[in-house]
Design a protein around this ligand. Structure first.
Ligand code: GLY
Ligand code: MN
Ligand code: MN
Length: 461
């Protein structure tokens, strides 16, 4: 099992639980969870530990729990049985693992039931563990039910810690960003000879696997970038296609990256693809330039909307004043999602808590079309890692919707739009760490400009 070196891991975890102890005075129980069966019990999906468990326990231990109280850490887990060792190999002993994470005490799982009194928790993702949590705590525990007061208090406390990354987390996040960058370069190079999306995906994920990482989410590698979370890879790549690749690595201890690049599969953007790409890139660059402590992320989203609207007016696709178009959400016909989200142990960090992490207290989602998919609505703070990911998409379900077509009849030059038929989907996404004075783009080593990308695809860099 790959880990941070022991003193660093144990010290980091100790600091995190001391910080938690400043926020909550009750005991906390966090479970790592269990892998789910894929098609029969012994054939499981790869195990992924709960991110809240990972934050305080550091290691992806399956079917384990930790109890935190006043800065102390107790580990509960069973040692592998001889039968399990036959199939899965020897595992470190409980005491060795406890030592690695700086636990004060370690017990078999059976002992946990004596330590549940007054404890708060957060629901694990798998149903079996959720049921165990509810059984041991003797109350409902589920991600969608209204949390008990102490569970909500715990969730708020964890959000306040995980919102701003510490040095150990940032080192991991940089590592994930660096491997993802290499994966994207491999994807661009693979496009020279690839004839299918699947071949490009394989070239990209090969880099991630070879670095002993996993994908932080299902890769999107598609010539149909207008399908925002497209998880199909069966299309042939044809001359003239844009290929959108949204692929990010996750380190062995769970820290994520999230990068999107869009390139012309042939190595040459058509004039229409180039024109729209430049609009998206202008929005991307403006948003990154605006990112610094104190700035409202919502304002960055609205900046992207305005720059997109300006660019689309210049191209003759939209008609009217950019500010008015944004007020009417006309930009959302082509840029229907938010400018990005928090990034950390989860690719959409802490989204298991609904909007508790993404939205500052007292704020709720807008029902405006142009704002409803905004996943983050807080002022930026040093140590926060966010994505900046503007895009342009021609989504048939939006653009052919009779109601919207009639509502925006005057705002769109539909004949002019038809001249951009070879631009189905473009997104440019980078991972931006907010610093004390501005921002540090962790994925800056991966070019965004058309000239360099064309060279990379053609193999001339
Ligand atoms: N990769 C998913 C996203 O960008 O939100
Ligand atoms: Mn993203
Ligand atoms: Mn992404």
């Amino acid at each position: 099992m790959q880990t941070l070196d022991r003193p660093t891991l144990a010290n980091t975890l100790k600091l995190r639980r001391q910080q938690l102890a400043q926020h909550v005075k009750f005991p906390v129980l966090l479970w790592s969870g269990c892998s789910s069966s894929r098609n029969f019990p012994a054939n499981t999906y790869p195990f992924r530990a709960s991110s809240h468990f990972l934050y305080f326990a550091g290691l992806p231990l399956e079917n384990a729990a930790i109890r935190l109280e006043a800065g102390k850490l107790q580990l509960f887990m069973d040692e592998a049985s001889p039968a399990a060792a036959l199939w899965h190999g020897p595992m470190p002993k409980r005491d060795e693992l406890a030592d690695a994470i700086g636990a004060d005490e370690a017990y078999p799982l059976e002992a946990l039931k004596a330590w549940t009194e007054g404890a708060a928790t957060i629901a694990a993702q798998d149903v079996a563990t959720q049921q165990l949590q509810a059984h041991l705590l003797n109350r409902p525990v589920a991600p969608t039910t209204a949390p008990q007061d102490i569970d909500l208090e715990l969730a708020r406390a964890i959000v306040s810690l995980r919102l701003r990354h510490d040095a150990a987390a940032i080192a991991e996040l940089r590592h994930a960003a660096s491997v993802s960058t290499t994966a994207h370069l491999a994807g661009m190079a693979a496009s020279r000879t690839a004839t299918t999306e699947a071949q490009v995906r394989a070239a990209m994920e090969q880099v991630i696997l070879a670095n002993n990482m996993t994908c932080a989410y299902s890769s999107i590698v598609t010539v149909h970038g207008e399908v925002l979370h497209n998880n199909h890879y069966h299309h042939a790549i044809k001359a003239g296609d844009l290929l959108l690749a949204d692929v990010g690595a996750e380190t062995a201890s769970g820290w994520a990256s999230d990068i999107t690049r869009t390139w012309a599969a042939s190595g040459t953007f058509s004039p229409s693809q180039r024109a729209v790409y430049e609009v998206v890139l202008t929005a991307h660059d403006a948003c990154i330039a605006a990112a610094r402590p104190g700035v409202e992320y919502r304002e960055i989203h609205l900046l992207a909307a305005r720059v997109m609207a300006e660019g689309l007016v210049e191209l003759g696709i939209l008609r009217g004043q950019p500010a008015d178009l944004v007020d009417r959400d006309a930009h959302a016909l082509f840029f229907p999602h938010g400018i990005g989200h928090l990034l950390g142990l989860d690719v959409h960090d802490m989204e298991d808590l609904g909007d508790l992490a993404g939205y500052a207290e007292g704020r709720v989602r807008s029902d405006r079309v142009g704002l409803s998919y905004l996943r983050l609505n807080r002022p930026l703070q040093p140590g926060m890692l966010v994505t900046i990911e503007p895009g342009f998409y021609q989504v048939p379900a939006i653009l052919h919707d009779p109601e919207r077509r009639s509502h925006y009849q005057d705002a769109v030059n539909w004949d002019r739009l038809a001249e951009f038929a070879d631009v189905r989907g473009i997104r440019i996404e980078d991972d931006v760490l907010v610093t004390e004075t501005g921002a540090d783009v962790l994925t800056a080593a991966l070019p965004t400009d058309i000239g360099t990308i064309e060279q990379l695809v053609r193999g001339r860099v």
